[in-house]
Design a protein around this ligand. Structure first.
Ligand code: UD1
Ligand code: MG
Length: 500
């Protein structure tokens, strides 16, 4: 492989993340849909630089994360005990084979390929032994301070700083490149820090100066090299990353309502003319077509939305594909690899799971459609529930083109509703309905004309009281009526006409 000026990279990812105060390594935390460790790894990948990652704390989890998301060919080294950044670099020794070694820290996620390229170039043209990036920052707390006196440079870690040195705003960014020969000759000579007992990689800068070797300092913008040591740091870099993506999509013609409230991941794509409402979350590999509307507080995760689709507020779409000109929500949920065709309407409080719906179909209110194949121009009445689970396995329901499912239907899977057929409102359907049929699956209504007067007369007789209607109004109508008719216990007035 041809690498820029014979360069290979070492990324340090073995540290304990103690300042994060979380069980999980900070390098595994996500920033806009990508783990922290993958940011420097992807920047190096873009430059074709062979990379070794030093693992230690939660080594297996970090290794898995990298192998899952990086191109093949990454090498790993192990730092068994976390004895400092100098020791971590030393642990990667067996992988060193290029003329120049670039060292990055895994907790510097805003680094860019162009910053790395510029450092490699300046290192090459200046013929330095070590080149490294510095920056100025208003609050340098936590960073190593860069001291320069009589042409000699030294990095002093905060814990070792005198009160005066702490005031220095020029900091070490943790981005270095150096000659392999220098590294091989000096890495084992770094003395343990007297305060912490750790081996500080940064000490190599002073060692190079003391040996009269060339050290090049490359000033860079702070935002590209922010180190992430605490959850506050994570929050800050996440805001920078997120606003970078939002500004990009704005420049592509996307309107964000209250842009600062939007969550957007690195792999999200949005078509021009689309509107993204307040508090929307666009997560993972989501693609939103042109001229779409994503209402406030909707979440769209790993899903594809076709052009001109309108998603009303509080809708949650996961792992699904939605066609063009579709209306969804408010308060709808689509998940589990559902596939929704074009010009479909999915209304409020509708949940759709592992279901395909053909073009021009409607399910507008209060339904659950799970494990179903629904054809074109199907109407699903309000309150329809597909009973897909029998307690052991999920069963499929097929509703063919142009079928009409009445309101408040219960479809017990497996069941097929044939083309153009009707099911009556309030039906429980557990047998297949052939094409073109009407299925009625409900208890028949009985009608007893003139019975209202008869009931009232019975009540009056029972109580010998003319003001029974007033009583009913005052008390619980149901219990009064039961009492008056002498019904007790399980007998309910729903059956009143049968009892008289
Ligand atoms: C380090 C620098 C500091 C610089 C800052 C820039 C040292 C001694 N200090 O401080 O000068 O201003 O970065 O962000 O280098 N790691 C290991 N093994 C270890 C210790 C750390 O692999 O034994 C890894 C960590 O996982 C992390 C990186 O090295 O990715 C840096 O370690 P960290 O503890 O964050 O160093 P800082 O205190 O930030
Ligand atoms: Mg750090």
């Amino acid at each position: 492989m041809v690498t820029p000026h014979n360069t290979q990279a070492i990324v340090l990812a073995a540290g304990k993340s103690s300042r994060f105060k979380t069980k999980k390594s900070k390098l595994l935390f996500n920033i806009c849909g990508r783990s922290m460790i993958m940011y420097p790894v992807k920047a190096l990948e873009a430059l074709n630089i062979p990379t070794t990652i030093v693992l230690g704390h939660q080594a297996e989890a970090v290794r898995q994360e990298v192998t899952q998301h990086a191109q093949a060919g990454i090498q790993f080294a192990l730092q068994v005990e976390q004895k400092g950044t100098g020791d971590a670099v030393a642990c990667s020794r067996t992988t060193w084979n290029q003329e120049n070694i670039l060292i990055l820290y895994g907790d510097t996620p805003l680094i860019t390929p162009s910053l790395i390229t510029e450092l490699i170039e300046i290192h090459h043209t200046s013929k330095a032994t070590i080149s490294f990036c510095t920056t100025f920052v208003i609050d340098p707390a936590g960073y190593g301070r860069v001291l320069e006196k009589d042409g000699k440079i030294e990095i002093v870690e905060e814990k070792n700083c005198s009160p005066d040195q702490r005031q220095i705003n020029r900091i070490n960014t943790g981005v270095y490149i150096m000659k392999r020969a220098f590294l091989e000759n000096n890495i084992d000579k770094i003395a343990k820090n007297q305060l912490t007992g750790e081996v500080y990689f940064v000490d190599l800068i002073k060692m190079a100066c003391d040996q009269g070797l060339g050290v090049t300092v490359q000033p860079v913008a702070y935002d590209y090299v922010r180190g992430v040591n605490t959850l506050q740091d994570l929050w800050e870099v996440e805001q920078i990353k997120r606003s970078e993506f939002i500004k990009h999509w704005m420049s592509e013609g996307v309107r964000f309502e209250l842009a600062q409230s939007i969550h957007i991941d690195i792999n999200v794509k949005i078509g021009s003319g689309s509107f993204i409402g307040t508090g929307a979350h666009l997560i993972g590999d989501t693609v939103i077509g042109e001229d779409c509307f994503v209402g406030a507080f909707s979440i769209i995760e790993n899903s594809k939305i076709g052009i001109n689709t309108q998603i009303q507020p509080h809708t949650f779409i996961q792992d699904s594909s939605i066609g063009e000109e579709v209306q969804i929500g408010p308060f709808a949920r689509v998940r589990g690899n559902s596939e929704i065709g074009n010009d479909v309407q999915i209304g409020n409080f509708v949940e759709i799971k592992a279901t395909s719906i053909g073009d021009h179909s409607r399910t507008k209110h209060l339904s659950y459609l799970g494990d179903a194949t629904i054809g074109k121009s199907v109407n699903i009445g309000a309150g329809t529930i597909i009973c897909n689970y029998d307690g052991v396995k999920k069963n499929r329901t097929i509703i063919e083109d142009n079928a009409f499912i009445g309101s408040n239907n219960t479809l017990i899977a497996p069941v097929t509703i044939g083309k153009g057929s009707y099911t009556a409102g309030g039906s429980t359907i557990n047998e297949n309905v052939p094409a073109g049929s009407l299925a009625i699956g409900r208890s028949r209504q009985q009608l007893k004309e003139g019975y209202a007067e008869k009931i009232k007369a019975e009540l009056v007789k029972k109580h010998s009281c003319a003001c029974i209607t007033e009583d009913i109004g005052k008390k619980n109508a149901q219990s009064t009526l039961d009492e008056a008719l002498g019904f007790h216990g399980a007998i309910k007035t729903t059956n009143i006409t049968d009892q008289i």
